[in-house]
Design a binder for this molecule. Sequence first.
Ligand code: ZN
Length: 268
Amino acid sequence: MSEPQIWELYAIKYGTMPERTRATNLFGLDPHDDAPMPIDYYVWAAVSPQRTIVIDTGFDTSEADRRGRGLLRGVDEGLQTIGIDAGAVEDVIVTHLHWDHIGGEAHFPKARFHLQEKEMHFATGPHMCNHVMNRSFTVDHITRMVRNVFEGRVAYHDGDAQIAPGITVHLVGGHSMGLQFVKVLTKRGWVVVASDVTHFYENIETRTPFPVIYSMGDMIRAYDILEYHAATPGHIVPGHDPLVLDRYPAPDGRLEGIVAKLDETPSA
Ligand SMILES: [Zn+2]
């Protein structure tokens, strides 16, 4: 195995749903305790002097309209703000195949997609016969990914794997059968890009899952696994929490509220 290298790491916000509430983000919440709890949508980028690796692809305009989410900027535009040309990216890690993580796949025509075998099995297998299980997936996204398989553009992983020196993926399942999180080695050590292993800080802090569930047991266990891989709770970056942009600095003032620099120490 070659020497690990140090990466810069960014979260780029491209979408939002301000009217979301606590009951839609926290499993089993008493309806009396409901209150606003906006959700944000991010993709992530790890950048070294030699390479750029993008984590997830977001969603596009058609999906935003269909599902009533706010698309603030195309994922390609979001990446452009930090100098990344999505059309030239060669490696995209797909944490899972939910519509808001794979719906921007067309922005990455040159990419190879790093995906867990179990996630493709889930998205094309018997569980998809049921609308409760399939509603977080969009059939066109999945068929496009099947095409990518035949075109040699999918790298399947089964469990833990190294994508590049200093970047590894880790299968946990739970929220989706083949959900994986990503670890990136930065100047402050390994940062855990949790994606939907914990949507919000509150999910992991209170051990209360987000209410889209394949396996509740694996989802709860996955919080322990995130903590095992992180030196401190501040090394875990949730997938959808607006607080990420409050806690981390922007790379420059122009990108305040759009991009968070995750290799810097967070304020909380
Ligand atoms: Zn998801």
